[in-house]
Ligand binder design. Structure first.
Ligand code: ADP
Ligand code: MG
Length: 243
């Protein structure tokens, strides 16, 4: 079980996250929805310490991190538990697909080169891209680049995979292949926190959906409860606007 408590993040005097609490069970896919500018990315980034929260803790089993007072060593340890997939893929442009996946295994996990290569190839195989192993990112489609980024994140065997609008920078015809890759990772039992505007996908993949607005979780529940039976006027109008 992963427990997040009282996550607060301010930019100057603007409180973006106003004390978020969240429990995530192993193997769960928790999806965040909400208007843009409401702090969804900031929340994921705070869990990976790409932003430094003003307060908050995250607990993985026996490991608790105080996110606002964390040492460099603990930051590295936390980043090994949480891998992130970004909207813009963020692959190394001067490295091939397999080298992109291998990098973290070698640098972060200190796995020897031959073994790292074998593991990287196996991760690429899982996302259906083994034959593209020697391609550079510029010779891959957006969907393929994002699948490499997912393979890279999964290769770290994170306790929590963070996905920030993983399909929103893609051409429409590439969205499904990336969603299928994420669905497969979910079926394999990976625990995920997903931000997405693709409501059909969220409905299909999420075990729990959270609606964030004004720095707080306004409503949460099963996809069925959130989409078929929204209770708060704010969620009702958010869903009406995107249809
Ligand atoms: P979302 O992902 O839900 O669209 P974000 O987390 O990106 O929202 O942003 C939430 C709010 O925090 C916005 O008002 C945004 O302008 C502000 N914000 C995000 N990052 C920074 C930053 N580095 N400096 C100042 N303000 C920021
Ligand atoms: Mg965002």
């Amino acid at each position: 079980m992963i427990r997040i408590r009282n996550l607060v993040k301010k930019f100057n005097n603007h409180t973006v996250l106003d004390g978020i609490d969240l429990d995530i069970e192993p193997g769960e896919v928790v999806a965040f929805i909400g208007p843009s500018g409401t702090g969804k990315s900031t929340f994921l980034r705070s869990l990976n310490l790409l932003e430094k929260p003003d307060s908050g803790t995250i607990q993985f089993d026996d490991d608790t991190y105080d996110l606002s007072h964390i040492s460099k060593k603990e930051t590295l340890r936390l980043r090994r538990s949480t891998a992130m997939v970004f909207q813009q893929f963020n692959l190394f442009k001067n490295r091939t697909a397999v080298e992109n996946v291998e990098e973290g295994l070698r640098v972060v996990k200190k796995i020897p080169k031959n073994e790292a290569r074998q593991r990287a190839l196996s991760e690429l195989r899982n996302v259906g891209l083994e034959e593209y192993q020697n391609h550079y990112p510029q010779h891959l489609s957006g969907g393929q680049q994002q699948r490499v980024a997912i393979a890279r994140a999964l290769s770290m065997k994170p306790q929590l995979l963070l996905l920030d609008e993983p399909t929103s920078a893609l051409d429409p015809e590439r969205v499904k292949e990336v969603q299928d890759t994420i669905s497969l990772a979910a079926q394999e039992g990976n625990t995920m926190l997903l931000v997405s505007h693709e409501m059909g996908f969220v409905r299909k993949i999420a075990s729990k959906v959270l609606f964030l607005d004004g720095g707080k979780i306004i409503e949460q529940g099963s996809p069925e409860a959130i989409f078929a039976n929204p209770k708060t006027p704010r969620l009702q109008s958010f869903l009406a606007d995107i249809e």
